[in-house]
Design a protein around this ligand. Structure first.
Ligand SMILES: [Fe+2]
Ligand SMILES: [Fe+2]
Length: 506
C-alpha cells in the first residue's frame, strides 16, 4: 500500500466547499443521533422497558450528545491540519462517516445478537487504510471509531444487555482496549497485503486483543460462556476481514476510490481494455508494457505511487485503439496509411489519440486519474515530423499550433513521469546503436526539450526529481534495449547453424 504522491499544491476553499463540508457534518450528526436512539430503544425494550421511559433518560442523551459534538470537532480539526485537501472534498468526510456509522450498526447488531466479543471493530481501520491509502488516517479513524463505540456502549445501555458483563466496571475498558489494539494490529499486519485470501488468513492476528481480554482474570465467566467467548473472540478478526472484503468494492464504486485491489484488476492481462490492446494494437501493448516498467521504477525513485503509475502507463495510449494502424508500432506489415494523407490530417489523427483515450477511459469506467494521464501524456508538444513534412509541401506559412497536442500539460508528477518514459522509450527504440552513452544522450535530450517547452511547469516536479527520473530511465532503457553481442557462426557436424537463432538470451 503506497502512501506517496500527495500533492504539495493546496487547492483554495470555495464557498461551495465550505457549505458542503458543513452540511455533511450536520447530516451525519443527525444520523449518529438516530443510531443512538435506535440502540437506546432496542436495549431498553430488551430489558422490558418502554421506548418512552428509555428516552426520558435525559442525562444519558445529553452525555452522548456532548461526546459526539466533541468527536465531530476533533475530526474536523484533525483533517484541517493533517490533510486540508482531503477535508475540502465533502465526499471524503461522507465516506468516513459512512464507515463509522456502518461500523457502529454492525458492531451493535453482532454484539447484541451473537456475542459481544465477535464484534468486527477492526474492519473500520482496514477499510479506511485501503480507501485513503494513508496509515495516519487509518489510525485516526480507528481511534475515533473506538471512541464512538464507547459512547454508544456507555450511554445506550449496551452493557446492560450483555449478560455477564453488566456487573463489572472493567468491561467497558476492555472493550475500548480491544477495539484500539485490534485496529492497530489490523493496520500494520494488512498494510502490505494485496491478496484478499492472505488478508483472511492473517486476520486471526486481529483477534488476539479479544482473546487476551477474555482470558484475563478480571471477568470470571462460567465454563460454557468462556468457551463461547473464546470462539467468538477468535472469529472477530476473520469477521472484520470478511466485512472489509465485502464492503470495499461498494465503497470503491460509490466514492470512486482507487485501491491496490482495483489497480491489480486493471493491470491483469484479462482486463477488457488490455485484451483489446493485445488483439487490436499489439505494438501499442508492447510499448505500454515497457513504458509501465520504466515509469514504475521512476515513481519508486521519487516516492510516487508505483502501482498507480504502472496502471496509468498500461492505459496511456488506449486512444490509439480507434485507429491502431496509423501508429508506427502497429505497422508490422510495413503499410503506412499516412503516405496517402496530407500532413495536417495525419497530425490530427495522431493528436486525437489523447482525447480519444480520455473519452474511451471514462466510457469504460476507468478511474479519472487514468483518463487524465491519457489526456496529458503528450502535454502540448509539437508533432515535428508532420510539421516538417507540411513545410516541405508549401511555400507559405505553416502554423506550428496546428501541429501541437491540445494538452493540458502534465498536471501531476505521475503524468510527467509517463510523458518522459513514453517519449524516451520511443526515441531509444529508434536508435541504431543502443549503447549506454547513446541512450543517456537521447534521454537527456528528451527531458531538456520538454523542460524548454515548459511541459513540467504545472506538475510540481523538482529539479532533483527530474535528475532522479533521468537516471532511472537511462538505467531501465539500457537494460531493455542493450546491444546484443554478435553471435558467431558455428559448424556442428556438418550443420551450419547461426548461433543467434538457437540462443537469444544475451
Ligand atoms: Fe501517446
Ligand atoms: Fe505511448
Amino acid at each position: 500500500m503506497s502512501e506517496k504522491g500527495k500533492s504539495l499544491k493546496l487547492e483554495k476553499w470555495t464557498k461551495k466547499d465550505i457549505a458542503s463540508v458543513i452540511t455533511t457534518y450536520v447530516i451525519n450528526a443527525i444520523v449518529f443521533a438516530l443510531l443512538f436512539v435506535g440502540m437506546f430503544v432496542l436495549n431498553a425494550t430488551a430489558e422490558g422497558k418502554t421506548a418512552y421511559s428509555a428516552l426520558s433518560n435525559l442525562i444519558a442523551i445529553f452525555d452522548f450528545a456532548v461526546i459526539m459534538v466533541l468527536i465531530l470537532a476533533v475530526t474536523a480539526v484533525y483533517f484541517w491540519f493533517a490533510d486540508r485537501d482531503f477535508f475540502r472534498r465533502a465526499s471524503n468526510s461522507q465516506m468516513l462517516f459512512l464507515i463509522w456509522e456502518l461500523g457502529a450498526a454492525i458492531c451493535f447488531l453482532s454484539g447484541k445478537f451473537i456475542n459481544p466479543y465477535v464484534r468486527p471493530v477492526a474492519f473500520v481501520a482496514i477499510l479506511t487504510l485501503f480507501l485513503s491509502s494513508d496509515t495516519g488516517k487509518a489510525i485516526f479513524s480507528n481511534f475515533i471509531f473506538t471512541t464512538i463505540l464507547f459512547a454508544y456502549d456507555a450511554f445506550a445501555g449496551t452493557f446492560a444487555s450483555f449478560p455477564d458483563y453488566s456487573n463489572t466496571e472493567y468491561s467497558i475498558v476492555f472493550f475500548v482496549a480491544m477495539g484500539l489494539f485490534s485496529g492497530i494490529i489490523a493496520i500494520y499486519c494488512i498494510k502490505e497485503l494485496y491478496s484478499r485470501l492472505k488478508i483472511l488468513l492473517v486476520s486471526f492476528l486481529i483477534s488476539l486483543p479479544a482473546l487476551i481480554c477474555i482470558i484475563l482474570p478480571m471477568v470470571e465467566f462460567s465454563g460454557g460462556v468462556l468457551v463461547l467467548n473464546l470462539i467468538s473472540g477468535a472469529l472477530s478478526g476473520p469477521f472484520a476481514a470478511a466485512a472489509f472484503i465485502i464492503l470495499l468494492p461498494v465503497f470503491e464504486g460509490v466514492f470512486k476510490k482507487i485501491t491496490c485491489f482495483k489497480l491489480s484488476e486493471l493491470t491483469d492481462h484479462k482486463a477488457k481494455l488490455i485484451r483489446k490492446l493485445i488483439t487490436q494494437a499489439p505494438g501499442t501493448f508492447n510499448h505500454s508494457i515497457i513504458v509501465s516498467n520504466i515509469a514504475e521504477a521512476c515513481a519508486t525513485a521519487i516516492g510516487e505511487d508505483a502501482l498507480l503509475t504502472r496502471t496509468c502507463a498500461y492505459y496511456h495510449d488506449i486512444g490509439k485503439l480507434r485507429r491502431p494502424e496509423f501508429f508506427k508500432e502497429n505497422q508490422a506489415d510495413g503499410v503506412n496509411p499516412h503516405n496517402d494523407l496530407t500532413p495536417e490530417l495525419s497530425a490530427n489523427i495522431i493528436k486525437s489519440h489523447t482525447q480519444d483515450g480520455y473519452v474511451f477511459a471514462l466510457k469504460n469506467g476507468l478511474p479519472k486519474e487514468i483518463a487524465d494521464i491519457c489526456l496529458q501524456h503528450h502535454g502540448t508538444m509539437p508533432i515535428l515530423f508532420f510539421y516538417d513534412k507540411a513545410k516541405k509541401f508549401t511555400d507559405g506559412e505553416v502554423s506550428l499550433a496546428n501541429y501541437c497536442y491540445a494538452g493540458p500539460k502534465p498536471q501531476s508528477k505521475i503524468a510527467a513521469i509517463i510523458m518522459i518514459a513514453d517519449s524516451a522509450e520511443a526515441a531509444v527504440r529508434s536508435l541504431k546503436t543502443r549503447t549506454r552513452d547513446s541512450v543517456s544522450v537521447a534521454v537527456k535530450k528528451i527531458v531538456s526539450e520538454r523542460m524548454q517547452l515548459g511541459q513540467f511547469d504545472e506538475c510540481e516536479l523538482t529539479l532533483k526529481e527530474i535528475n532522479l527520473i533521468i537516471h532511472t530511465v537511462i538505467n531501465s532503457l539500457s537494460g531493455v534495449y542493450h546491444d546484443r553481442i554478435k553471435y558467431p557462426k558455428v559448424s556442428l557436424e556438418g550443420l551450419d547453424i547461426d548461433e543467434e537463432t538457437s540462443h537469444n538470451e544475451q
